[in-house]
Ligand binder design. Structure first.
Ligand code: IPE
Ligand code: IPE
Ligand code: MG
Length: 246
């Protein structure tokens, strides 16, 4: 048996992630910021600030280990229901990240935003465009940030586009749907990670995750580290994906 290293409440093998098979595409539901702050008697906004830092660390780590695609859930179509101040706080964090994204430039990370960006503030939309353009030649990690993203909204929009194109119903295939989603041209996520102790998708990548593997943990997103990711990837390596076959 390989030696195991005991770190906190999780066990890690000494084998390097690079030696393991990496999923091509990992998707993360960055959840638990509010509870992280509550535990510390801090405002929810402090949890979002800490969560944003974790996001940057994890994106850098994924790039370093050679992951092809990372898609993170940052704001859902349902999150507008939250108090106005909280939504504004999250949008301001997004602004900070976008302004700061210059820092990512030397890291060769290609950034894309998925979701319905239309309702976002004009300055955010302009910054998003600048970031996507600025990184379009990067050849490292493909980082997708889901903002105002909802899986049902995405599929509904795909259906509208297909109907408007005048396509014959008999010519519509699964691929037609896939090619009209925000993730068009990208591989489906192989592995979905959700921290914070919730066991649900919350409208995330519902079409794309049909055959994904899942990893759940009680760790709150701001406490999530590269070690948790390593552990998750190790577990992914022990899964037997059959895709309906034998
Ligand atoms: C995830 O953390 C961040 C967003 C949904 C924007 P939460 O804010 O949902 O944190 P909890 O679930 O309340 O702890
Ligand atoms: C999912 O988390 C959305 C993001 C992490 C951006 P939520 O906190 O919104 O999900 P529910 O409400 O617990 O299902
Ligand atoms: Mg939550």
């Amino acid at each position: 048996m390989r030696p195991l290293l005991h770190i906190g409440d999780v066990m890690f093998s000494k084998k390097k992630t690079a030696e393991r098979a990496l999923p091509r595409h990992i998707a993360i539901i960055m959840d638990g910021n509010g509870r992280w702050a509550k535990k510390r008697k801090m405002p929810r906004s402090a949890g979002h600030i800490a969560g944003a830092k974790t996001f940057k660390d994890i994106a850098r780590y994924c790039n370093k280990i050679g992951l092809e695609y990372l898609t993170v859930y940052a704001f859902s179509t349902e999150n507008w229901k939250r108090p106005k101040e909280e939504v504004e706080g999250i949008m301001n964090l997004l602004r900070d990240y976008l302004r700061d994204a210059e820092n990512f430039k030397d890291e060769n990370i290609r950034v894309r935003f998925i979701g319905n960006l239309e309702p976002l503030a004009d300055d955010i939309k302009a910054l998003i465009e600048k970031n996507e353009k600025g990184s379009e030649n990067a050849t490292g990690l493909n980082l997708n940030i889901a903002i105002n993203y909802g899986g049902r909204d995405e599929i509904t929009n795909a259906v509208k586009t297909i109907v408007e194109s005048g396509m014959d119903a008999k010519d519509i295939t699964e691929d037609t749907i896939s090619q009209n989603l925000y993730t068009k041209g990208m591989p489906d996520p192989d592995f979905i990670i959700r921290p914070s102790g919730e066991y649900r998708l919350s409208n995330y990548l519902i079409w794309q995750s049909a055959y994904a593997e899942y990893w759940f943990s009680d760790v709150l997103w701001p406490d999530f580290t590269s070690r948790h990711l390593e552990k998750a990837i190790e577990e992914y390596n022990n899964r037997n994906r059959r895709f309906g076959g034998v």
